[in-house]
Design a protein around this ligand. Structure first.
Ligand code: NAD
Ligand code: MG
Length: 306
């Protein structure tokens, strides 16, 4: 990773630390990137745990597929899974190749296999094919993290274009149905599915009604599917992040003028870093959470959530 990555921490997640000051209170300058955005162009850089996440063997020999694993939360989860002993396949959009290559290098440097699978999850055939490719190249599949997402602000319902509405639903919820359906053909008992939802499912921002409603759908899908699959020994759960500094934010995920105060209204007073999400996914993926089914872990700096 670049030497300019001044916001990364070298202290692992297992030491006593004050959560208020574990990471700096960032005030990102107003900035904009075209979708899907690049981690490498975020200012300040985000912390995906390359220098800090320490594994303790909790996912030894597991085989994981993570959608949107090139950047942000998905990248942090990919690194953590590899450090915990899993081989990891990541999906991403073709424009994100440099971010994906960096994550793949960190996975292989951690001693695990990395599989990179570019493509567009709004396409039903890609949702199916990507799972088949992951299972083939990993030699099986027992963890699926449905994490890819699209978030673009619209000031009012009247200004929400049909194209955005459809793409947000395609990416965030329809792709989740399709990839999960394909994955079930490969998942053994003990397999785990983890969906990335959002605080927006409970506290929808007036400018994100399309996005927020897909996250509410993800919550319902998580609980219903968990109920359906529990008897087969496959657990489904979700992680609900609060404001996390990732490329989704400066690609119109927030109004540009709101970026300087991003995350500062949380009780911890700062935005979260992607690596702070990773332990929740590791827990839900591992057999440690064997009695946790249809649940949501909130990782949001203390924002009130159900
Ligand atoms: P991110 O931009 O780093 O990751 C999102 C990824 O989604 C992209 O890297 C891209 O690979 C993938 N993606 C988007 N459209 C796609 C498409 N059509 N086909 C294939 N892949 C596509 O941002 P992130 O914040 O890490 O987002 C990860 C998840 O976290 C998303 O589901 C997002 O809704 C959720 N989330 C983020 C926050 C936050 O504050 N950052 C808060 C709550 C929930
Ligand atoms: Mg990305």
């Amino acid at each position: 990773m670049a030497d300019d990555d001044t916001h990364t921490t070298r202290t692992d997640q297992l030491h006593l630390q004050n959560p208020v000051s574990r990471y700096p209170t960032i005030s990102p300058p107003e900035q904009h990137q075209p979708e899907p955005g690049r981690e490498s162009e975020l200012e300040p850089r985000a912390d995906i745990g390359e220098f800090s996440y320490r594994g303790t063997g909790r996912l030894e020999a597991r085989k994981a597929l993570i959608t949107g694993g090139d950047s942000g939360i998905g990248a942090a989860v990919a690194i953590a899974f590899a450090r915990e002993g899993a081989d990891v396949a990541i999906t991403y959009l073709p424009d994100e190749e440099p971010d994906a290559a960096r994550v793949a290098r960190i996975i292989t440097d951690s001693g695990r296999k990395a599989v990179t699978l570019p493509g567009d999850l709004t396409r039903a055939d890609f949702c199916r094919d990507v799972v088949e490719q992951a299972a083939e190249q990993l030699g099986g599949l027992d963890i699926l993290v449905n994490n890819a997402g699209k978030q673009v602000v619209a000031t009012s319902l009247e200004e929400l274009p049909d194209e955005q509405l459809e793409q947000t639903y395609q990416t965030n919820i329809l792709a989740m149905f399709r990839t999960t359906r394909a994955a079930l053909a490969h998942m053994p008992p003990g397999g785990t599915i983890i969906n990335t939802t959002s605080i927006e499912a409970y506290m929808p921002a007036p400018t994100l009604i399309d996005y927020a409603s897909t996250k509410a759908a993800i919550n319902n899908f998580t609980k219903g599917l968990a109920n359906q699959l529990a008897c087969k020994g496959i657990r489904v759960n979700a992680v609900a992040p609060g404001p996390i500094w990732t490329p989704i934010q400066p690609t119109d995920g927030q109004p540009k003028e709101k970026l300087p105060e991003f995350g500062q209204s949380t009780p911890l007073g700062r935005a979260g870093q992607p690596t702070e999400l990773a332990p929740a996914y590791v827990f839900l993926a591992s057999p440690e959470s064997s009695y946790v089914v249809g649940s949501t872990i909130h990782v949001n700096g203390g924002m009130p959530s159900p």
